[in-house]
Design a protein around this ligand. Structure first.
Ligand code: ZN
Length: 84
């Protein structure tokens, strides 16, 4: 079994990557809408790419799911060490 990524700050194994300036082809996208009774409008957290043939991006940022720290460097080091 491979070692999971671990946030250097809080020890969480979960993280989210946000890619910017993407050039995506053959993608399947998903956007979920939740009704907000207070504002009387549907709210969306944004579009999620479920699958794609290829993604080219200008930059990206990894955010820890536990403490919301920018863990980009730690994730890059983890991916390098584990050949992901
Ligand atoms: Zn964390």
């Amino acid at each position: 079994m491979a070692e999971p990524f671990k946030c250097p700050k809080c020890g969480s194994n979960d993280y989210t990557i946000v890619l910017t300036g993407c050039n995506v082809s053959g993608a399947t996208l998903q956007e979920s809408f939740g009704w907000n009774a207070e504002s009387g409008e549907y709210e969306s957290a944004g579009t999620v790419i479920l699958d794609s043939e290829s993604v080219e991006n200008d930059g990206g940022q990894a955010i820890c799911s536990g403490c919301e720290t920018d863990v980009s460097d730690a994730v890059a080091a983890y991916e390098t060490a584990h050949g992901a």
